[in-house]
Design a protein around this ligand. Sequence first.
Ligand code: PDD
Length: 306
Amino acid sequence: MRTLVNLDGSLVAPAEARVSVFDRGFLYGDSVYEVIRTYGGRPFEREAHLARLAHSAARIGLSPRWDAQRTAAEIDRTLAAARGADAPEPDAAPWNAGERYVRVVMTRGAGEIGLDPALAVDPLAIVIVQPLVGPPARAYADGIPAAVVGVRRASPQAVDPSAKTGAHLTHVLAVREARAAGALEALLLDDAGFVTEGSSSNVFAVAGGRLLTPPIASGILEGVTRAVVLRLARAEGVPVEEVPLRPEDLERADELFITSTVREILPVTRLGDSPVGAGRPGPLTHHLHQAFRRLAGGPVGLRVRR
Ligand code: PDD
C-alpha cells in the first residue's frame, strides 16, 4: 500500500493532502493527536486511544471536528481504502508485516494570525494511514541504546503532560541530543531531576525482580502501552511499583525497556556510555514482551537476519 490521507473526510494521496499555512496546528502546534497501530488489520486499543484524544482536546479546550464515533468510522474507512500488499521488509519484526500506522490529528483550525484560540474558525480532522515501520527484529533481539538528555520535560504546571498535543519542540530537541550521543531514544528528567519518560515512549526498569516505572503524577503521558504492560505484569504476578526514579536507578537497573504503540516493549541495553545489566535484553523484559505478543496476536517468536 501507499500512504493514504483522510483530510476532513476526503481520501487523498499524500501530495494532495495540503493544509493552510494559517492552520494553528502548523503555526503553534495547537492540535491534539493519537498514534494507533493495527494487528491483523484492526486498530489495537482503539477505545483507549479515542478516549485519550477526547481527553487531550478537552484539556486544551479544543472542539474537534469529529466526535469519537465519527473518528472511529473515518479510521475504519481510511484503513479499508488503504488495503493492499506491502513491499516485503526483510528486517521487519514479524508482527509488523502488513500492519498499519494510523495517525489521527485534530487541529484547532485556521484563522487570523494570533495566539488567541478564539481566532480559530475551522477545526481540521486528519487521519494518515501508512505501512507500519516498527523497530527492526534486531532491535528486539539486541536492545537499543538510550540516553538521559539535558533537555528537561516541560513542567506539568506549564504544559499538561496528560494531553497529547502537537507542541513537540522539547521532545524534538531531546531526540536531537540523543541522536548526537548515538542513542535511539531520549529519556527526559523533570526539573527536580526525576525520570519522566522517553521522547515518545514510557520507561520501565527491572530491579531485584520488581518492575518499576515513574507514576503518572511524575508528569508523563499515560501511555496506552504502559497501561497494557502494567496490566499484564500484575496478571503474571510480577511485583510492580509506580515510583519516582532517579537516573541512578536506571543506571543500576538489571533491565530497562521502553513502551509505545509502535515499539511495543523494546529492550534498552545501553544507557549513555554504559551497558544496562548484562548488556543484553533481560528475562523479565522478554517474558513481558511474549505476554504482550500473545495478547496483541500475530507471531510471538523472532527470527533475526544477521
Ligand atoms: N507517542 N510518552 C510520550 C511523550 C509519547 O509521545 C508516547 C507515544 C508515549 C507512549 O504512549 P503509547 O503507549 O500510548 O503509544 C509516551 C506516539 C507513539 C508517537 O508520538 O509516535
